[in-house]
Design a protein around this ligand. Sequence first.
Ligand SMILES: *[C@@H]1O[C@H](CO)[C@@H](O)[C@H](O)[C@H]1NC(C)=O
Length: 250
Amino acid sequence: MWTIDLPKLPFQSSKSHEEEEECKLLEEGTTIGPSWALPQWIKVFLLASVLLNLISFGFILVLGFTRNRDPTQILYSPAREAVYYEVKKFHRGFGLDKTIYQGDPSPEVDAEWEALYDSVGIIRLDKSQAERLPNKTYPYVGEDDGYYIGELAVFHQLHCLNAIRISLSQDYYRTVLDSSHFDPAEGSYGRDHISHCLDALREAIMCASDISVITWKWNHKAQRALGHGDIVHTCRNFESIHDWSTKNHP
Ligand SMILES: *[C@@H]1O[C@H](CO)[C@@H](O)[C@H](O)[C@H]1NC(C)=O
């Protein structure tokens, strides 16, 4: 039968002789630890709580080691080991809060843009990585025999954004680039490629669907509240993914 062993209270008079002996032994016994004198249900409770704490501690360790890794990536990517999340404040992109990428066309600004994706984008995958891709890819031939070619989408998207930027400043870029680049059907900065890039970025933006909330502030000059883009966002750390791609660049 299941009994709950309640502590014996001093006013309880219904004790048998043996029970009184037992009480005395427990009171006098200095070698018996106090926890072993606890009722059964408290022991079970303590054991359960110790186990729960160990399990929680294990989870915290695992989370700590994996930083803010992505639990939502449904499809395999070899770069998922490089993904972790961080909070990032965006720039207003106006007045004093502009970035280098907004600069007027120049070799320096071009170099900053190209550094985002150039000689990083194309990667070399081994057979086991290539086999796990949701879409099949093509093998390298020659020196990199046995390896497969790939590119992380973020670097294609950055390349596309740069192509749009260049196509918007044709007055400058036509003076530094061959006119074939601006051929409507064939050129990197021509109509067809720019149309492809615009739509690739539309899909990328909708795919990522950033749900950070843009806020409104009262603007004295305009005498109305205006939206502000310089808010904090949940972001994937770009440098980590850039480093991963650099390491896997052939
Ligand atoms: C990638 O896989 C999807 C789904 O199976 C398929 O529809 C698509 O055509 C594939 N793309 C390429 C480039 O193979």
